[in-house]
Design a protein. Sequence first.
Length: 306
Amino acid sequence: MFSSETLTKIQPLDSKKFELGSYSVSMLREDEIHPFVSGNKFRKLKYNFLEASRLEMSTILTFGGAYSNHIAAVAAAGKQQGFKTIGVIRGEELASQITTNPTLAFAVSCGMKLHFVSRSIYRSKMEASFQKRLKELFGSFYLIPEGGTNQLAVRGCEEMLSVHTASFDYISTCVGTGGTISGIIKASEMHQTVLGFSALKGAFQISEIEKYTPKTNFQLTDAYCFGGYAKIDEDLVRFINEFHARSGIPLDPVYTGKMMFGLFDMMKSKKLKENSRILAIHTGGLQGIDGMNQKLKNKNLPQINK
């Protein structure tokens, strides 16, 4: 799965259906790489799994929350590549909710062992004392940080861009921990501006980006985070469903849905140069729709169409 070069199709959006005016928008369909290990998760895991194999490690351990795309992807990749996987999960109460949580149930079905910890303990996940305790519990393992971001992950994300993306004026991506956008910035052309739409409040990712690249041809905004990570409202659900109906492209509610909502608002507000060619990167994460629909149903809100 990770051994060969992976190129994904560029799908133009119908300018008339979306009333794009002078803008030309296309989507890089990274979500189609693999049914379970897609988008930026595939890119982030590629060189980490190859490194774990080179080091002859048999177990991979990582961290995540209740509906983590990263946890699901590591579990699926581990099953396919022949690694044992361990997921350290934020929230002890989730231990009794595995069967009703689509992400955790999927991870377990792939063979991942789940280890639940309190939120206070989880905050110390990268401290040496906690990791020592994990090694006492599980033996030696190859560690991948929460969200997957490290030097090898950034290297993998650089491969999203190629000669086929060089003619675009803007490259648009969603932002979580900052690893994906770091790789995209590194691989971008000097004439390109990388637009980063944060799924979380604050611009804390800038310091993370600066660890990996000195390039500054990017803009980062949290104006379309809808209040914070995994938060959503009826306007966003409506936008995601309308976008899907017009384009045939499903969007996830935590990352790509917010990115495209923000991108369309910026075009409508003329915040981007007119007559520009824009490439929006679909970073996958579609497995999270089922979990979000559970939350929406509990709040009597509309469902996201798949």
